[in-house]
Every structure is written in structure tokens, then in C-alpha cells.
Design a protein around this ligand. Sequence first.
Ligand code: ATP
Length: 336
Amino acid sequence: MFGIGSRDLGIDLGTANTLVYAKGKGVIVREPSVVALQTDTKQIVAVGNDARNMIGRTPGNIIATRPMKDGVIADYETTATMIKYYIKQATKGTSSFLSSKPYVMVCVPSGITAVERRAVIDATRQAGARDAYPIEEPFAAAIGANLPVWEPTGSMVVDIGGGTTEVAIISLGGIVTSESLRIAGDEMDDAIVAYIRKQYNLLIGDRTSEMIKMEIGSAGDTDDIPNLEIRGRDLLTGLPKTIEITAKEIADALKDTVYAIVDTVKSTLEKTPPELAADIMDRGIVLTGGGALLRNLDKVISKETNMPVIIAENPLDCVAIGTGLALDHIHLFKNK
Ligand SMILES: Nc1ncnc2c1ncn2[C@@H]1O[C@H](COP(=O)(O)OP(=O)(O)OP(=O)(O)O)[C@@H](O)[C@H]1O
């Protein structure tokens, strides 16, 4: 018997954001997956929001890095330290932390290799978990979006995060078919950087491109979206420069990424057994993850698939909520 208790945690270890869900409390930590390190000693200077504010603004002796890339661990030691910091933050005040470590349910992309999966389990244990149980991200997203995952009915979830887009058809507590694409929100940001550089010879940072995406980005129609003034460094003069860009330009820059996501949704639907496809037709495709907030993405997916598409409530929190709620079914998950 596991004896899951209130100290146990669900962690959405994301490429862009890390969220921690505590049983009975909900999401109690929501911070960017960023760590700032001393370049020479590799000592941690800051984690989360504090570290994110340093991106692109660090002096030579400090670097702000994202230890997760494309949904998997790119820098093992830094990821373990980051998880440790968040577990500590989530369990502070609960005096039992040292005497009784938490069980942790942690999400992993569905397309992960055995080695990548092992790294997540080991890093979470090293970070102070009593034991770690991986749950596939789209399954967690579906639980968090309140879909009837345990029932004999088809549900379809598209989780668009920073590094990965996970598409899955779920029925009877399992993933029937899924596809994982290592293209999502980060790729959209990169596409904006590349467009501005090519079109205007202007270099902008990752934070600026993400801000542009959130402010005026659209997967389709751009009517009624105002222009935006942005600042960067002119590559010809080397000096700061301000330009005005239109939503139409940004929509064009995002097109390839958007259609890579749409094609993955379509090819997953093509592999779906007909009975389940009929269920999905009734209930609709549910979008989760921060990428679900890209303007008009729901409309474009709906038009391209002829299916109803719904954006989950609190799309950024679905994976964390689902990971936490899955603690009640921890015996169904393997810790190897
Ligand atoms: N309003 C918005 N419009 C467009 N994109 C958004 C919006 N809000 C957040 N995002 C994007 O959502 C992404 C982060 O989503 P989320 O936190 O679900 O990802 P993650 O879980 O960290 O990543 P992954 O699942 O790939 O490991 C970022 O790329 C962010 O820019």
C-alpha cells in the first residue's frame, strides 16, 4: 500500500514552466523552468522567476539556462537541482519533509525514450522524492481537463507546450494512439526571431519574440489585431532600433509551426478506431497547454479536421492538475 498523503506531489516538469500540485491544495508552485548558474563554479544563483528575469541580461559570469529542452532533460544536474528547489518550496511549512519524503508523480512526453524516462525518475528521486512515478503528459492533460479518461469512451487531447505538442486518443484509462511532435511554443518564438531578422535585419531576444506571439500572434485571421512596436538591435548599425510590425506578418511567420501541429492532429485522427472517432466527434478535440492560447488556433484545427474544438479551462494548469489527481491511482503507474 502506498499511503498517499497530503505531502505528496504532482509535478509538471515542462520545457517552459514547472508547476507543482499538492494533494488537497491544488497548484502551489507555478514558475518558469529556468536556472541561473555561475559559469565557472556552476553554483546556482537563482531559480524560476528570478532566473527568468536574468535571461539575456546576465553579466559574463552568470548564465540563465533552461535545463529542459523539447520536453526532456537536456542538463541532468541542473534539472535535479531545479526539482529539488521546487519540492522544497512546495513542502515548506510541512515539518515532515525530512522524516517523510513525498511520493512524486511527474509528467513525461509520450514519445520519450526509455533512457529519457529513466533520467526523469532518477532526477526526481535525487531531488528528494521518496519515489517517482512518470505519467504521460497527454494522459495527465486529459485528466486535468476533466475528460472521462477511465470510461469506455474516446477522448482526444492536444497538449501544446513550450517544447512538445502531444496528441492522444484516450479510452478506458489508457492511451489508444498518440503522436508527440517536438514542435510547439518555442518553435513559434524561433520563427518570429527568424522572420524579424530576415525581413528587418533586426535582432530580438527570446522574451521579446514570446511577447510578440502572445500580444498579436494568430494561427489564422488577423482582422482587428493592432500593429505592435518592437525593439531590437539593428544588425547593420549595431544600434538599438524600434520598428512596427503587423499581425499578418506574424501570422505568416507562424504558419509552418501551426500547420505542423495541425498535420499531427490529422494524422492521429487517421489512426483512430472509428468508434472512438465518433465519440470525439460528439465531445470535441480538447486543447491544453499554453500553446492552446494562441489566437484562432482552435478555429484553424476545427476547420482543418471538421471536428468541434474546445480550449480547456486553465489550459496552462491541466497537466499539473492531472498529474496531481493521478496520485490517487499511483498503483497503476510504473516507477521503472
Ligand atoms: N497567450 C498565449 N498565446 C500563445 N502562446 C502562449 C500564450 N501563453 C503561453 N503561451 C506559450 O505556451 C508555452 C508554455 O506552455 P506550457 O507551460 O503548457 O508548456 P510546458 O509544459 O512548459 O512545455 P512542454 O509541455 O513542452 O514541456 C510557451 O511557449 C508560451 O509562450
